[in-house]
Design a protein. Sequence first.
Length: 139
Amino acid sequence: MRTIMTALMMTVIVGSANAQAHEDATCKANQSGSILLTSVEYDNGYKVEAPWRVVSSTQPAHGAVRMTAVLDHIIETNPATGKRQLTALPGAIEMTFRGESSTHMLREAADVWCSTVAKALSARSADSPVRVAEKRVVM
């Protein structure tokens, strides 16, 4: 799983040269049937979506809500062109999200996704071949 998360982070790093700091991000999550869609969108329009496939969900009358979901690709939106690019991950990632209610569970899923993308962006080293300069990609 660590290898897959590293690959995910590298995919986001390469495609996110125009992204800004985590504070400028809007984090969202919603569920429609068997799909949990988490997304992070930056003020400049760069967006990374994660369409998780729900494999199990429990919603007891009392107690925490749990949802286990699998992610095998991400979708990035280029802010300059609006073009969406699907990138397959080298392997599936399985996560379990929890919350006191469905709303809290969705908030956790959104926060986890935003944190993952933020970590990927901050992992980009200063001597990386791609750097941001005035919201432009410098090669």
